[in-house]
Design a protein around this ligand. Sequence first.
Ligand code: UD1
Ligand code: UDP
Length: 364
Amino acid sequence: MKKRVMAVFGTRPEAVKLCPLVGELRRRGFPVTVCVTGQHRQMLDQVLRAFGVTPDVDLDLMRPEQNLAALTAGALAGVSDALARSSAGLVVVQGDTTTALAGALAAFYAHIPVAHVEAGLRTWDMDRPWPEEFDRRAVSLIARLHFAPTEAARQNLLREGVAPERVFVTGNTAIDALQTTVRQDYRHPLLDWAAGRRLILLTAHRRESLGAPMEGMLRAVRRALEERPDTAAVYPVHRNGPVRAAAEKVLGDCAQVRLTEPLDPVDFHNLMARCHLAVTDSGGIQEEAPALDKPVVVMRDVTERPEGVAAGTLLLAGTSEEGVYRAVSRLLDDPAAYGAMARAENPYGDGFACRRIADVLEKV
Ligand code: UD1
Ligand code: UDP
């Protein structure tokens, strides 16, 4: 008899990366309980709909501009209750969000083992990304099984003293998700709007960049666009209030930019597959865009995805206006640099990460 698995997630990126695993486990006969915290609401529901996953438990925790302490407390209590009412023998969490941390801690308190998907990413800087670097290190202390996307992530865990037999290199499940979303015959009005121009897909939401740094980054993109009339940008704006304010203030009246609501992953992945360049501070987009042969300008000072920088698919631009402006301009003006990045190998996997994870779970 297979043990019941409880998958705990709550934000958009966790859902993109865990829904394919929920599907794989169910196909293999695992009883799976999907427990969502609702840390995100609309942005989570878009992903659940796209992947056809219906939560068994929905804690519905999102409150506008809620602080991290309240969210953590609610998620810890809510997941603990859900575990007490279930027969789960294993809890799966993903990545580095508040939900991942609270889900792992709830399982720890209930003496239920934890499997961590996307384990071992590190910047070694607790302030960047904040609070995610702490979240993922804390989850690593709790986890019994560590599914590292890359060998470099595995090495990080070994350096921290994790037993090698508990670490499995699987690739990133985001690449699995792309296999089901990207289509040849895809059309979208935003693509028609940008037709004939080089399309930049833009996103920004990191908490440590809110305020003046984020406005500077967005101003940099605007300058780069306005100097090149053959370019356009689509920016699906995260629903966080301060992010919306910055986007509206800096780009709201720019004719070369379309600010949109967050897109569902089918639309977002297909736009990414057809864009010229991604400019972002997102974690997941640093993994997905290289798999679609798209260079990425990363608007961060450090990244926990150094494999992509080493492989040449990510250009770490920093968070200053000048740094972002220089990086975007270079990729728009230097075809050789652009071509080398577009051709670089994607280090985040072959789209079979869920299979590898399920293989391990069948054995343990
Ligand atoms: C969270 C994660 C971050 C991840 C990001 C993905 C933490 C601490 N941060 O950050 O690691 O990169 O999600 O997007 O876990 N909101 C809505 N509707 C939604 C989603 C958000 O209105 O569907 C608004 C709410 O006002 C909410 C705010 O955005 O309070 C911030 O959401 P929250 O999940 O706390 O933080 P993120 O910055 O999204
Ligand atoms: N994404 C999406 N719609 C959007 C923007 C992003 O579906 O409008 C997807 C994206 O493809 C990736 C994930 O959301 O799978 C990344 O989420 P986000 O950037 O919010 O978080 P991070 O990866 O930085 O934690």
